[in-house]
Design a protein around this ligand. Sequence first.
Ligand code: NAD
Length: 356
Amino acid sequence: MSKKNVAVIPGDGIGPEVINAALKVIEKVAPGKFNFKSVAMGGNAIDKFGEPLPAESLKICQDSDATLLGAVGGPKWDNVPPEIRPERGLLGVRKGLEAFANIRPAKIFKPLASACPLRKDIAEKGIDFIIVRELTGGIYFGEHKLFNLNGERAASDLMQYTEHEIKRIAHVAFKMAMTRRKIVTSVDKANILTSSRLWRDIVIEVSKEYPEIKLNHLYVDNAAMQLIKDPSQFDVIVTENTFGDILSDEASQIAGSIGMIPSASLGDNNRGLYEPIHGSAPDIAGQDKANPIATILAGAMMLRYSFEMYDEANKIENAVDNVLNSGLRTPDIYVNSEGTKLITGSEMLNEIISRL
Ligand code: NAD
């Protein structure tokens, strides 16, 4: 196999620390298989180029076979004009890669079951679902306006979806469910929002092509409750951008720490963007406290979804399981109990590498 090109966006805060860990792990399981090209994006790009996503950075990502991202942002750039905030770079790269489907697994790692904030009997029923979030449409990409209304300040953000955008994300969800327990839960607010009523109609239309799948619908407020009440009922949840953003953060807490969960953003061509779900954690940056597992698992997702390197991806996931089973914990997942030991982020990396 010729070498594959991977654009790497270390980003800001703990981004470079966790990316460094993921690259070391990938190099260990698949030595010499990739050309990694580092790309400026986020706050560091604002400092250097005056914008969060220089055209050259986006071009490198678009020309690569996959993109691996740490995290961007931080207090230093909190007051820059909205159009050049680090998060704009993030939205730009997702849009530029036409990565319209965000895949977030929410799975409880058995050794971390005690870290689940839900009641023991609920956690023990098992938590293993995927949230498929629409990523390039909806309110985050609609028109944003600040204006004057009857002499006072007013603001509006437009929530808009097209048939084509809903159809393609529904297909991703149904296809994923076909490889799992064959249940899709579509989350909307169809009792109030017109965009949600269109969403529901189209999801139902697409479901006709997948007769083996059991399709449920939940309003987003009920979905937020059900995630706490009985997450074991879910297999694949599909929802629009904003609802997905909120529900997947909720799900991340159910499944343990934000430092454990990877995500993939896929387009039609399998050129995915892979990243941890956490941000740049400026409060712990440079202190060797960051848990690298989410980004390492994002690397495993990249191997699986973009490069079909299933054995290598499984090896990484098994090594992570193995380290957790041995009781080693970074601060974010540490609970002082018998058999657990507190370690740093770089020690966590070394422990994972030694088990590959
Ligand atoms: P955050 O995810 O950065 O941090 C939330 C909390 O989780 C913090 O206490 C942090 O220390 C902890 N945490 C996060 N990742 C961790 C890890 N790997 N190991 C251990 N602990 C971890 O969210 P925030 O504080 O809301 O945002 C900080 C900055 O990150 C902001 O500028 C925000 O805009 C940006 N952000 C970026 C992304 C991204 O790049 N995808 C996502 C979310 C937030």
